[in-house]
Design a protein around this ligand. Structure first.
Ligand code: BG6
Length: 486
């Protein structure tokens, strides 16, 4: 299948860090369809050859296992081209259309990896030169807007020119193997389904912890913050994957319909829950990996009086028959004690105790997303009896441990690799539909407004900790604790 992948923002950070390495991996694995071109678009006046040289330099910084050999790069580089464009000039789009039409690839992908302010311009201009025909797909990166109104405005413009099935909204968490495994666990196995409900589950915790700070993205992060950067998209998508009803089949809309229902069922915020069920934090100086690191306000591009949150913990519920009353806790932040993304499903304790079981001994299922990818099922077993004593041995915690990296090899298809191949192949399952995205914005909007009016600001936490103590206090109120405290 011939394809042209047009990369707006072809010299930008995302292209260098994620997209090109992912395309190269697909190329190396032989999964990138033959007969493709990757066309970088940027303001600079590079020739194809200069672009290839730039790319080569960037690849030299990629981790060794994912770095092309000279011979591999030469073959990959043959796919790369560069087209200088001023994204506000109609004539430049007309020239692009001429070149794409002349080749007539079966599939054309427009990957808009530019500043979000350019999304609508690019879509309008593409449509103006006829680059919105049914075989053309458009990929939009997050952030798609900064609140509900701006997200809607983008979606409305995009919808004017492209049908919903031409639009691929990326949430790279959906491309992670562990997230696909979560779908497999829930809908490819019968075992957990009867237990997957309020009668058996006490609470569910979703943690996406990062040990890194804002790195070089201080300027971007200042206007974004953890709620928009992680909760509105990645964390809520995980919550949907955990909480959704089984879809009627594996088609994109069947899956997305069910995710949408979860988002619509999220408990609306009230003045009370805004005050008691959300904690926002901002890291102050501390340590990361044993090394002293600055606080958020000392980072480049960040105001010394910044009120931007780098941590959010919250409690919510999915108000439907399956989940009514079960707390779902979400927690994400930068400069936390480690890089750890996991979902913990805490089951209810036995209804009647006949053994002398240790405290906090209820069963739990831990879904590790990263850095480890696997499942742990925590159970209790009869420990070794003491021969001298007549007393029965106490029950001891044991666990069934599935390590997917070991089972399937750690060289698995990465998130961007998977998603790029899906765009080229026209598979929408792992992409977010506009109504889902709007619903997620609708739900986080009261938090944004509440914080804007709240002079208290985020609570400080030391870099290298698990966030403000208020986050533990919030969950302790329900009689629960975060995984690392149990
Ligand atoms: C991105 C956020 O969407 O996800 C970043 O903008 C964050 O701030 C990143 O670091 C985390 O992704 P991953 O795949 O490293 O967990």
């Amino acid at each position: 299948m011939s394809f042209d992948l047009v990369l707006f923002g072809g010299t930008g950070d995302l292209a260098w860090r994620k997209l090109m390495p992912a395309l190269f991996q697909a190329f190396r694995h032989g999964t990138l369809p033959e007969g493709g071109r990757i066309i970088g678009i940027g303001r600079d006046k590079h020739s194809h050859e200069q672009y290839r040289v730039l790319m080569k330099e960037r690849f030299d910084k990629v981790e060794l296992a994912k770095r092309p050999s000279a011979e591999e790069f030469a073959r990959f580089a043959a796919l790369l081209e560069f087209v200088p464009m001023d994204l506000s000039r109609s004539a430049d789009y007309a020239a692009l259309a001429d070149s794409l039409n002349a080749r007539g690839a079966e599939t054309v992908v427009m990957y808009v990896a530019t500043a979000p302010s350019l999304f609508t311009t690019v879509c309008e201009q593409l449509a103006a030169v006829g680059l919105n025909a049914p075989h053309i797909r458009v990929v939009l990166e997050k952030p798609l807007g900064h609140d509900l109104a701006s997200n809607r405005a983008i979606n409305q413009t995009v919808r004017r020119y492209f049908a919903e099935n031409q639009v691929f909204r990326i949430d790279h968490y959906l491309g992670k193997p562990a997230v696909q495994n979560l779908f497999a666990l829930r809908f490819g196995n019968a075992l957990f389904e009867p237990l997957w409900r309020r009668e058996h589950i006490a609470n569910i915790q979703i943690t996406i912890a990062e040990d890194l700070g804002v790195e070089s993205r201080g300027g971007f992060y200042e206007t974004t913050g953890a709620l928009r950067d992680m909760v509105q998209n990645h964390a809520l998508q995980l919550l949907c994957a955990i909480g959704m009803e089984p879809p009627i089949n594996a088609h994109a809309d069947a899956i997305r319909d069910e995710k949408l229902k979860v988002l619509r069922s999220l408990k609306p915020w009230t003045a009370h829950s805004l005050a008691s069920d959300v904690v926002r934090g901002q890291y102050s100086k501390g340590t990361a990996g044993g090394i002293a690191v600055p606080g958020y306000r000392e980072e480049a591009g960040v105001s010394a009086h910044s009120q931007t949150e780098t941590f959010v913990a919250l409690r919510t519920e999915i108000a439907n028959w399956r989940w009514a009353g079960v707390p779902f806790y979400i927690r994400t932040g930068k400069r936390l004690a480690g890089r750890d993304a996991r979902i913990v499903v805490n089951f209810r304790p036995t209804p009647h105790a006949i053994f002398n079981a240790p405290a906090s001994s209820a069963n739990k299922l831990v879904i590790h997303l990263q850095p480890k990818d696997g499942l742990e099922l925590h159970l209790l077993a009869q420990g070794q009896a003491d021969r001298q004593s007549r007393a029965a041995a106490a029950l001891v915690p044991v666990q069934l441990d599935l390590d997917f990296d070991k089972r399937f090899g750690s060289e698995r298809v990465g998130a961007y690799e998977r998603l790029l191949l899906d765009v080229i192949g026209g598979r929408l399952n792992l992409f977010v539909r506009s109504d889902e995205q709007e619903e997620a914005w609708r739900w986080v909007e009261p938090l944004i407004q509440h914080w804007a009016a709240d002079s208290q600001g985020p609570r400080p936490y030391a870099a290298g900790s698990w966030g403000p103590s208020a986050s533990s206090a919030m969950i302790a109120r329900d009689g629960h604790c975060w995984a690392e405290e149990s």
